[in-house]
Design a protein around this ligand. Structure first.
Ligand code: SF4
Length: 266
């Protein structure tokens, strides 16, 4: 198991990256460039120097799958303590691959995915799904629960704003649901980018078509400012939507699709 992956952090005792207590692995590298990205240190697929509070450092380190499995297994006991309740709350804790876009490294990650599956560890991924379908299919052999973003569903705007190929995304959504994989949709609601009436309608139609386990509406803020500055980049200046808008959006989704929907703040 000597494959190496590029990560920026392994965060233990995460409570917001899936069911129960989880270890979140932040993988470095993403093909998209969402203007609201709160993790600018995870965009480039190579280590990057930064300067913070006058000190130099590097975002990104290569870690072997063996080391990764060892780190994740340290908290095995805590993963198994959870898993009461119903639906998603009935699931145990485990590991969540986040990023960046973790599925871009699916092939290098495979030995760890396999080892953790064989050890009975619940595995989630947070993904944009803007990845080659074969990487998704590889991950589908091991991942128990997918958190999938719905961002911009107009092909032209998706390309110009996110640098993403909407057709590829939609193909991957179809692939996931055709295989019967459990999916939670996450919808970042960003003023001026994803909150237009046209986009909200398209999002609702997609949810209706696929009936995921749950929808999480994410009200994003201007996060990650210090990381932008440490990389010499301009910090975010987002227009945050109102709480009333989030509640109306949620009600509309529930009314139109019947899918359990929550407003989340990060
Ligand atoms: S998909 Fe996620 S990590 Fe990639 S640019 Fe968008 S917000 Fe950032």
């Amino acid at each position: 198991m000597d494959e190496h992956i590029l990560i920026t952090n392994i965060q233990r005792f995460s409570l917001h990256d899936g069911p129960g207590i989880r270890t979140t692995v932040f993988c470095k590298g993403c093909g998209l460039r969402c203007p609201w990205c709160a993790n600018p240190e995870n965009l480039e697929s190579k280590p990057e120097s930064y300067v913070k509070d006058g000190k130099q450092g590097v975002y990104g380190q290569h870690i072997s799958c063996e080391e990764l499995v060892r780190e994740v297994m340290k908290d095995e006991l805590f993963y198994r303590q959870h898993g009461w309740g119903e639906g998603l709350d009935a699931l145990p804790g485990g590991v969540t691959y986040s990023g960046g876009e973790p599925l871009l490294q699916a092939d290098r990650l495979e030995p760890a995915l396999r080892a953790l599956r064989d050890a009975g560890i619940h595995q989630c991924v947070e993904t944009s799904l803007f990845v080659p379908t074969e990487k998704l299919e590889l991950a589908m052999k091991y991942i128990d629960l997918f958190y999938v973003d719905i961002k911009i569903l107009n092909a032209e705007r998706c390309a110009t704003v996110l640098h993403g190929d909407l057709e590829r995304y939609l193909t991957n959504v179809r692939t996931l649901f055709a295989a019967g994989k459990p999916v939670v949709f996450r919808v970042p609601v960003i003023g001026g980018y994803t909150d237009s009436a046209e986009n909200c309608k398209a999002v609702i139609n997609l949810i209706k078509r696929y009936s995921p386990l749950k929808v999480e509406l994410i009200k994003e803020h201007n996060l990650g400012q210090s990381k932008y500055i440490s990389l010499g980049k301009t910090p975010l200046d987002l227009h945050t939507v109102t709480d009333a808008f989030m509640e109306e959006y949620k009600d509309e989704i529930v009314k139109s699709t019947g899918v359990l929907t929550e407003v989340c703040k990060i």
